[in-house]
Design a protein around this ligand. Structure first.
Ligand code: HEM
Length: 338
């Protein structure tokens, strides 16, 4: 094949630096007010938005994998997805650390230009809201729904709504978990889950006996299954099974996938709490530039916007390895490399 001539690539053109480096327009300079920290404020936010863009890019690649009706066992898809989720977690680690650069701006420095920003706020970060929606946060689960509608322009509301209307990663992971065959017949029978329940009951302390009722609701009794749950009873069983028997080779990757998803929530939560600390330190009990109750709103959002909460809670139902029911011989073979 004949090689096509390509013009030489030039660093600043490749990176579109003329656009990026000319995109810092502090309000204070427009107003002729001296506020030397506004440049940092702009650059930090822009840096975050670039990382949010990368996170969304990764999430969409991962979602495309899980949109397949069947992911072949011997394809690189799951490994690559785990790899990308781990990358997202690393980005979130950096996002948390970057808050300390923001904190070099003292409350007094912020007051130099703060009022010029109203009513803009990080709350209007559409990429952040799309990340939440792509992961699985529905409109119904959002804290402060009216606030969300009132603070965004129509175009941005439409963008978030569009993200909410698509199949989220949570929905796709639920479907993937439901397809995992090993925690039901013909691999294990109902006796397996009965045996598990008995063993679980035996490990409960007096104050934890209530957990058995929860166990029955979440894993055994389809008719009592809480309607509000995002993961189905089958997905719960399979996720728990993966967590319990993850030492078997075929379950290594599924386990990595589950735990890396939980790490995304952990990373986001660390970011939220770091942001709250920074907000309290910078504005104390004042309302935000976006008009919310400030730290109070942020704390409620941090408590509510946990995407894979149901999956994280499954750890309450684990058993120590020595108490696990032994798996049938054929299943052990299926879960190994042979
Ligand atoms: C001095 C620095 C900052 C202060 C005082 C601050 C303050 C606040 C406050 C009070 C809110 C609640 C909404 C409102 O009433 O405005 C908020 C939301 C938010 N801020 Fe900041 N922020 C700061 C820096 C940042 C940075 C650097 C980012 C990075 C992108 C950011 C991203 C966000 C996001 C995504 C939300 C919405 C969070 C949610 O809804 O859970 N903020 N911020």
């Amino acid at each position: 094949m004949e090689k096509k001539e390509r013009p030489p690539v030039y660093y600043s053109e490749y990176l579109q630096l003329d656009k990026i480096l000319n995109a810092q327009l502090p309000e204070s300079s427009k107003e002729g007010i001296k506020a030397d920290d506004e440049m940092l404020f702009v650059i930090i936010h822009q840096t975050y938005e670039l990382w949010f863009k990368q996170i969304l890019f990764e999430l969409n690649v991962i979602r495309d994998v899980f949109k397949q009706t069947n992911i072949p066992n011997n394809s690189p898809d799951i490994y690559n997805s785990v790899h990308r989720i781990k990358r997202i977690c690393k980005i979130l680690e950096v996002a948390v650390m970057q808050m300390s650069i923001m904190e070099t701006m003292t409350p007094l420095d912020f007051l130099d230009f703060r009022d010029l920003l109203r009513p803009a706020s990080g709350f209007q970060s559409i990429q952040f809201k799309i990340i939440e929606a792509t992961l699985g946060l529905g409109y119904g689960q959002r804290h402060g729904q009216n606030y969300y509608i009132s603070q965004l322009n129509q175009q941005d509301i439409d963008r978030v709504k569009e993200a909410e209307a698509q199949e989220s990663l949570l929905v796709l992971i639920n479907k993937w978990l439901e397809r995992m065959p090993y925690a039901s017949a013909p691999f294990v029978t109902a006796d397996f889950w009965r045996e598990y329940r008995n063993a679980y009951e035996g490990t409960l302390q007096e104050a934890e006996k209530i957990n058995l009722t929860a166990f029955d609701k979440l894993f055994i009794d389809e008719t009592n299954y809480p309607a509000e749950r995002r993961f189905s009873i089958t997905a719960n069983r399979n996720a728990l099974f993966i967590m319990l028997y993850r030492d078997y080779p075929l379950l290594h990757l599924p386990y990595e996938l589950i735990s890396s998803l939980l790490e995304i929530d952990e990373g986001l939560s660390m970011w939220r709490h770091r942001h709250i600390h920074m907000v309290q330190r910078t504005i104390g009990k004042r309302v935000g530039t976006g008009g919310s109750t400030g730290a109070e709103y942020l704390r409620a959002a941090a408590d509510t916007h946990i995407i894979f909460k149901e999956m994280a809670e499954l750890t309450s139902f684990l058993l120590p390895r020595h108490a696990l029911p032994a798996l049938p011989e054929q299943l052990v073979k299926n879960l190994g490399y042979n």
